[in-house]
Design a protein around this ligand. Structure first.
Ligand code: HEM
Length: 697
C-alpha cells in the first residue's frame, strides 16, 4: 500500500489520500496493463511534481491512455449511420442447383453463418430509432465460397433510378447544410423540394409515407434486395432473381403519434427490442423468398426490371421460399462488429451476378470507396466481422494495419516457385461473370422503359386498407406542414393528383391549399388498371398470434392477485411478455400482500413501449393515479394508439380521468377471470383495434 492510502472494509479497495477509490487485484482479477502490456500500479492519478504540482510530460501511462481515447471515433457511415447488428445463421430448405451454383444453395439443411445489420438511413449515429425512414436490412453470408452481402432495405423500391443522383438525394434528406437541422427526418423543405422535382421517387414516397417507415421492431419487418440480380447455374444458364425476407413474426408497425413519443421515451427502442428478444432466447426468424423470372418475362413486363423504383407484384410472380434466417447471438462488442462491419453490394459469390440496374452499378463502386475512408485501410477485410470464414489465398499485401500477411517468397504470379509459389487460378470453381451481351453507343440517356412514375405508386396506394390509406395521407400532411415554401407543397400535391384523386384532395385540404394545382406533367400517363396487391398491405399480412409482443400492466398496491396471475399465465402461453409498470420502481404489493416487482416506474414506462396494456389497479390505487398525468397518459395514449386495453372494474376511476370511460369499445376488455383474460389475449392477436381510429376526427 502506498503512502497516504487507507484501507477500506472491502478487500482490495483502498482510499487514496485525496479520497479517490483504488480497486486493486487481490486474487483472481487480471492486472491492469498499458497497451504495451506494462502493469499499471495507479490508474487514478497522473504523475505530478508534488500532489498539487503540474502533470509531468514524462507520464507515459497517462499519455498513452489519453492518446488512445482521443482517437476512438471513426467517421460514421455517410448514410445508415445508426444501426444494430446480430449474428445468426441461414438454413437452406432445398437444393437450388437448377437455378444457381452458389454454394450456399446446394445442400438442403445446410447452415451458413450470417451477420445482419439493421439501420435507419438519414439520422446520425446518435439519433433515435423511430423516425419516419427506410430501414436498412443488410445480410452478410459467410459462405464456403466467400462472403455474399445482400444489402437490402425494408422497402422493395428506391427513390431514384440512377446512382448519380444518390448524393443529391442524401444531401436533400439529411439536415440542411446551413443550420445543421432537422436531423433524422425528411419533414423539411430540402427533402420535399428535391422529391417534388424527382417524379421517379413517387412510388417510394407512397411506401415511406406508409406505416412501413415506422416499424414496431426490426423483428416485424420485411426485407428486400430491391434490385434484380442474376442467378447462374453450373451450366452457365442465367435467370433473373429478386430477393425477399419475410418475417415469421408477421408484419407490424406503430402509429405516427406513438413513434414520436417512443423516440422520447426510449430512443433505443428497436435495438433494445432485438437485444432483449435474442438474449431471452426468442430468436427472430425470416424466410428468404425468391421471385425468379427469365428474359421473356422481363421483356413482356409493363415495367423495366432494371428500374429499382418498381416491384414485381407477388401476384404476377409468386415468392418461392428457399430458406430461413435465424438471429441467435448478440454482438460481443458493438464497435468491433456492428460499427466495423462493411457490407458491399459487390460482394457476390459464384452463382450470383449483378444485373445492369444503374443504381446497383453505382452502389458497387460506392460501398468499397466509402469503407476505405470509414475504416481507414484497405485491410478492413482483416477485421473478424468482415473476414470470410472460408480459406483465402491471394497476393494482396501490406497497407495500414495488415493483420494477415502471406508467407513465403512469392508475392506475385505467374511465378516459377513450384509448390511454394502460392495459390493458382481455378477455372472450375472460380467466379465467372455471366456473359450477357452488351452493346450500344456511349450515352448519358435514360431508357424510356423507366418513364412511368405513377402507375405503381397508385397500385401501392389502392392495395392498402382504408386505415393504411388514411395514415399515408396523414403522413404527407405532417411532412408537408413542416415545409415552409408553399410552392413545394403544391408541387407535391400536383404529383399526388397523378396517383389518386381523393388522396391529393385530402392532402390539399389538410394543407389549406386554396385551390388544387394542375396535375404534374407525366412522362407517361398513370395506368389505372393495375390490380390491388394484398401483399403490399401490413394489416393484411399481420401476425397470427401475439408471440414476441409485450404487454404493459399498470399496477398499484392492492391490485387483484388472481387477475395478475391469469394475465401472466395467458401471456406466457401465447409467447408474449408482461412488464409491470408501477408508481414506484420498487414494485407493488398485490391483494394477497405479495410483492410484485416492477419493470418500469410509471413516468418512465409510458404505454407507447407496449403492444397492449392492462390497467390492474385497486380502487384506491386508481383514485391516486387519477390525478397523476403520466398515469392518465398511459391510458389515453393506449386508447389513441388503438391498442387493446384490458382493465379491471376497480380501475374505472383512472379510465374516467383519462377520458375514456365513456368511450370504452370492443378493444377494451374487462378482465374478471380466466375466460376474460383468455379473451383479452385472443383480441391482442389482431395487434390493434383499428375500428377505433374511424371515430377520431
Ligand atoms: C436499392 C437501393 C439501396 C439500398 C437497398 C441500400 C441499402 C443500404 C444499407 C442497408 C446500408 C447500411 C449497411 C450497413 O448496415 O452497414 C447502406 C449503406 C450505404 N449505402 Fe446504400 N442503399 C441503396 C442505395 C445506395 C446508393 C445508390 C448508393 C450510392 C451510390 C449507396 C451508398 C451507400 C453508402 C455509401 C453506405 C454506407 C456504407 C458504409 O459506410 O459501410 N446506397 N445502404
Amino acid at each position: 500500500m502506498d503512502k497516504g492510502m487507507s484501507k477500506s472494509s472491502k478487500k482490495g479497495v483502498i482510499l487514496g489520500q485525496g479520497g479517490e477509490l483504488h480497486q486493486q487485484t487481490v486474487n483472481t482479477e487480471e492486472t491492469l496493463t498499458t497497451q504495451q502490456g506494462v502493469p499499471v500500479a495507479d490508474d487514478q492519478n497522473s504523475l505530478r511534481a508534488g500532489p498539487r504540482g503540474p502533470t509531468l510530460l514524462e507520464d507515459q501511462v497517462m499519455r498513452e491512455k489519453i492518446f488512445h481515447f482521443d482517437h476512438e471515433r471513426i467517421p460514421e457511415r455517410v448514410v445508415h449511420a445508426r444501426g444494430y447488428g446480430a449474428h445468426g445463421y441461414f438454413e437452406t430448405y432445398e437444393s437450388l442447383t437448377d437455378l444457381t451454383c452458389a454454394d450456399i444453395f446446394q445442400r438442403k439443411g445446410e447452415r451458413t453463418p450470417v451477420f445482419v445489420r439493421f439501420s435507419t438511413v438519414a439520422g446520425n449515429k446518435g439519433s433515435a430509432d423511430l423516425p419516419r425512414d427506410v430501414r436498412g436490412f443488410a445480410v452478410k453470408f459467410y459462405t464456403k465460397e466467400g462472403n455474399w452481402d445482400l444489402v437490402g432495405n425494408n422497402i422493395p423500391v428506391f427513390f431514384i433510378q440512377d446512382a448519380i443522383k444518390f448524393p443529391d438525394l442524401v444531401h436533400a434528406a439529411k439536415q440542411e447544410p446551413d443550420r445543421g437541422f432537422p436531423q433524422a427526418q425528411t419533414a423539411h423543405d430540402n427533402f420535399w423540394d428535391f422529391i417534388s422535382l424527382t417524379p421517379e421517387s413517387m412510388n417510394m414516397i407512397m411506401w415511406t409515407m406508409s406505416d412501413r417507415a415506422i416499424p414496431r421492431s426490426f423483428r416485424f419487418m420485411e426485407g428486400f434486395g430491391v434490385h434484380t440480380f442474376r442467378f447462374v447455374n453450373g451450366g452457365g444458364k442465367s435467370t433473373f432473381v429478386k430477393f425477399h425476407w419475410k418475417p415469421k413474426q408477421g408484419l407490424q408497425s406503430v402509429v405516427w403519434n406513438e413513434a414520436l413519443k417512443i423516440n422520447g421515451a426510449d430512443p433505443d427502442f428497436h435495438r433494445r427490442d432485438l437485444w432483449d428478444a435474442i438474449t431471452m432466447g426468442d430468436y427472430p426468424e425470416w424466410e428468404l423468398g425468391l421471385q425468379v423470372f427469365d428474359e421473356i418475362f422481363a421483356e413482356k413486363f409493363d415495367f423495366d426490371v432494371l428500374d429499382a423504383t418498381k416491384i414485381i407484384p407477388e401476384e404476377e410472380i409468386p415468392v418461392k421460399v428457399v430458406g430461413r434466417l435465424v438471429l441467435d447471438r448478440v454482438v460481443d462488442n458493438f464497435f468491433a462488429e456492428t460499427e466495423q462491419v462493411a457490407f458491399c453490394t459487390q460482394n457476390i459469390v459464384p452463382g450470383i451476378d449483378h444485373s445492369d440496374d444503374p443504381l446497383l452499378q453505382g452502389r458497387n463502386f460506392s460501398y468499397l470507396d466509402t469503407q476505405l475512408k470509414r475504416l481507414g485501410s484497405p485491410n478492413f477485410t482483416h477485421i473478424p466481422v468482415n473476414a470470410p470464414k472460408c480459406p483465402m489465398h491471394h497476393f494482396q499485401q501490406d497497407g495500414h494495419m495488415a493483420m494477415h500477411n502471406p508467407k513465403g517468397r512469392a508475392n506475385y504470379e505467374p511465378n516459377s516457385w513450384g509448390k511454394e509459389g502460392g495459390p493458382r487460378e481455378n477455372p472450375v470453381k472460380g467466379f465467372i461473370s455471366y456473359g450477357a451481351s452488351v452493346n450500344g453507343p456511349k450515352t448519358r440517356a435514360r431508357s424510356e422503359t423507366f418513364a412511368d412514375h405513377y402507375s405503381q405508386a397508385r397500385q401501392f396506394y389502392i392495395s392498402q386498407t382504408p386505415i393504411e390509406q388514411k395514415h399515408i395521407g396523414d403522413a404527407l400532411m405532417f411532412e408537408l406542414s413542416k415545409v415552409e415554401r408553399e410552392e413545394i407543397r403544391e408541387r407535391v400535391v400536383s404529383h399526388l393528383l397523378n396517383i389518386d384523386d381523393e388522396l391529393a384532395k385530402r392532402v390539399a385540404r389538410g394543407l389549406g391549399l386554396d385551390k388544387l394545382p394542375k396535375p404534374a406533367d407525366a412522362a407517361k400517363p398513370t395506368q389505372k388498371n393495375l390490380p390491388a396487391s394484398d401483399k403490399l398491405s401490413i394489416i393484411k399480412n399481420g401476425p397470427k398470434n401475439f408471440k414476441g409482443r409485450k404487454i404493459g400492466i399498470l399496477m398499484t398496491d392492492g391490485a387483484a392477485a388472481d387477475i395478475f396471475s391469469e394475465v401472466e399465465k395467458v401471456a406466457k402461453s401465447e409467447g408474449a411478455l408482461v412488464e409491470v409498470v408501477a408508481p414506484q420502481i420498487g414494485g407493488v404489493k398485490n391483494s394477497k400482500g405479495k410483492k410484485i416487482s416492477a419493470g418500469q416506474k410509471i413516468d418512465g414506462g409510458p404505454s407507447v413501449l407496449y403492444d397492449a396494456v392492462v390497467i390492474l389497479t385497486s380502487k384506491e390505487g386508481a383514485a391516486n393515479l387519477a390525478g397523476f398525468p403520466p398515469a392518465k397518459d398511459f391510458v389515453s395514449d393506449a386508447f389513441a394508439h388503438c391498442k387493446f386495453i384490458g382493465f379491471v372494474e376497480d380501475a374505472k376511476m383512472l379510465l374516467e380521468a383519462a377520458g375514456i370511460a365513456e368511450k370504452v369499445d370492443e378493444g377494451c376488455v374487462l378482465i374478471e377471470d380466466t375466460k376474460s383474460a383468455n379473451n383479452f389475449i385472443k383480441r391482442c392477436r389482431e395487434v390493434r383495434f383499428w375500428e377505433r381510429e374511424k371515430n377520431f376526427s
